[in-house]
Design a protein around this ligand. Structure first.
Ligand SMILES: Cc1ncc(COP(=O)(O)O)c(C=O)c1O
Ligand SMILES: [Zn+2]
Length: 409
C-alpha cells in the first residue's frame, strides 16, 4: 500500500487531494509536490521488501503515488552504476561512477517518470496523453502510451530535435506536430491544450512524473552499498530531474535509511543556461533565455518550468552549478565513450564536462565520491558524431594497410 497523502503547493502550501487533476496550484500558480506521511514508514521493513524485488522503478512502490497493480511498465530503472576509473584518473578525482540512464527501455531517464505518469493516466481513465519535448520525453511517452493503449500527442520544436528521438515517437504511433518555434513555445501550447481538452499532460510539471524519476536516488544508494555519494552531477534542462533526484535522497534521510545526502550539482550549456546563471549571480528569480542554443538539443531550454524546485534542490543540498561550452560537451562525450565504453548523448555528456570544470574550479574535491548521471543514450543523436568526430575513410581492396598506417605500427 502506498503512503502518498496529497498534493501540496511548494509556494503557498495549499493542499489538494490526490484525485484532483491539476498540474499547478489554482491559488498561486506554484508547482505541486506529492506529500507522503513518512511517520508511517518502517525503514527496516521497507528495506526487506525492496530486497526481495528486482531492481527497477516498482521495487520502490510504497513511495510511489499510484497503484502498482496497474503499472504500465517496460522494465524501466535498474540501470548500471558504472565505476569509471580510467576517466576518474584523467579528470583527477578519486571515485567516479556513472549512472547510465541510457540503459532504460527507450534510452533515457524519462522512462522512470513515464511508467508512473502513464499509470496515473490509466488510473484516471483518460484516453490520451500529451507533451512538449526536446525529444526524449516524446520518445518515452509515445512508448508507454502505446503499451497502455492510449493516444499520444507530441509537440516538438521544428527541426530542433535529434533524429533518433523523433524516429521513436513516430514508430510508437504518436501524433507528432512540429511547432514553428522553440521548446518553450511548444510547452506553452501543450499546457493550453491540456487545460482545454481531455488530454493528460506528461511534461515534468506533472508531479506524478517526478515521483518516478526520484527512484534513481534509491538505486544509487543501494548500488553503493547503502551509502550516499558526496556529489551527484547532472545536466539541467527543464529542471525536473535534479528536483526529483534530490527528493529521493531527502526521503532516504527522512525515513532513516541514510544519514546524509549528496550535494546536487547542476550543469547547463553556455547558450541555454538561465538556471545556472541565476544561481551563480545569486538571484532568486529566473531570467529566461529568449533563443536558447546548444549542440545538446535535449537541454536547449530557455525557461525551465521547474526552476523553483531545482533552486531548492541546489540550495538545500549545499550544491552548486556550472556552465560548459559545446566544445567541452563533445570532448566529454568522446572521453566517456573511449575511456569507459559508455556512449551517451551530448546533454548527458554535459555532466562529465561539468564535473571536469567543477574540479578545475575547486568546487569539487579530488577525494570525493562523485556520481555523474548520464541521462540518454548516444544513439539518440547520431548526427552529432557524424558532424564532430573523425571521418570514415573509404578505401579500395588492397589499400587497407596503407590506410591503417600507424595503427599497425
Ligand atoms: C538526455 C537529457 N538530459 C537531460 C535533460 C534535462 O532534464 P530536465 O528537463 O529534467 O532538467 C533532458 C530533458 O529533456 C534530456 O532528454
Ligand atoms: Zn499555491
Amino acid at each position: 500500500m502506498g503512503l502518498a497523502k496529497s498534493l501540496k503547493c511548494i509556494e503557498c502550501s495549499r493542499t489538494y487531494s490526490l484525485d484532483h487533476v491539476i498540474y499547478t496550484c489554482t491559488s498561486c500558480g506554484g508547482l505541486l509536490d506529492v506529500v507522503y506521511d513518512y511517520s508511517e514508514v518502517d525503514a527496516e521493513r521497507l528495506r526487506g521488501l525492496w530486497a526481495r524485488r528486482p531492481m527497477n522503478v516498482w521495487r520502490y512502490q510504497e513511495l510511489l503515488p499510484v497503484n502498482s497493480a496497474l503499472a504500465v511498465s517496460l522494465g524501466e530503472g535498474g540501470t548500471g552504476l558504472h565505476r569509471c576509473d580510467r576517466l576518474a584518473q584523467k579528470l583527477g578525482v578519486k571515485e567516479l561512477y556513472v549512472k547510465n540512464e541510457g540503459e532504460n527501455p527507450t534510452g533515457s531517464f524519462k522512462d522512470r517518470g513515464m511508467t508512473v505518469g502513464v499509470t496515473r493516466a490509466v488510473e484516471l481513465g483518460v484516453k490520451a496523453t500529451a507533451c512538449a519535448s526536446t525529444g526524449n520525453t516524446s520518445a518515452s511517452l509515445a512508448a508507454y502510451s502505446a503499451k497502455a493503449g492510449l493516444t499520444c500527442v507530441v509537440l516538438v520544436p521544428s527541426g530542433k530535435i535529434a533524429r533518433g528521438k523523433l524516429v521513436q515517437a513516430i514508430a510508437h504511433g504518436a501524433k507528432v506536430l512540429a511547432i514553428k518555434g522553440s521548446f518553450d513555445d511548444a510547452l506553452r501550447e501543450v499546457r493550453r491544450l491540456c487545460e482545454q481538452r481531455r488530454l493528460y499532460l506528461l511534461n515534468s510539471i506533472n508531479p506524478f512524473r517526478l515521483e518516478g524519476q526520484k527512484t534513481l536516488a534509491y538505486e544509487v544508494f543501494e548500488q553503493l552499498g547503502m551509502k550516499v555519494p558526496d556529489r551527484v552531477v547532472l545536466p539541467v534542462g527543464n529542471a525536473g530531474n535534479i528536483s526529483a533526484i534530490w527528493k529521493g535522497f531527502k526521503e532516504l534521510r527522512e525515513i532513516g535509511l541514510s544519514e546524509g545526502a549528496p550535494k546536487m550539482m547542476g550543469v547547463q550549456a553556455e547558450g541555454a543556461s538561465p538556471f545556472a546563471s541565476m544561481i551563480i549571480e545569486g538571484r532568486d528569480k529566473l531570467k529566461p533565455v529568449e533563443k536558447p542554443e546548444t549542440v545538446a538539443s535535449a537541454i536547449r531550454i530557455g525557461f525551465p518550468v521547474n526552476w523553483p524546485k531545482a533552486r531548492m534542490a541546489v540550495v538545500e543540498s549545499g550544491g552548486w552549478v556550472t556552465i560548459v561550452s559545446d566544445k567541452e560537451i563533445i570532448k566529454a562525450q568522446k572521453d566517456l565513450a573511449r575511456l569507459e565504453g559508455l556512449f551517451v548523448e551530448p546533454a548527458s555528456a554535459a555532466s562529465i564536462a561539468g564535473l571536469a570544470k567543477m574540479l578545475e574550479e575547486g568546487l569539487v574535491d579530488k577525494d570525493e565520491t562523485v556520481v555523474c548521471v548520464t541521462t540518454g543514450h548516444g544513439l539518440k543523436d547520431p548526427d552529432v558524431v557524424l558532424k564532430f568526430y573523425e571521418e570514415v575513410v573509404e578505401v579500395s581492396p588492397g589499400e587497407v594497410e596503407e590506410a591503417l598506417g600507424e595503427v599497425l605500427a
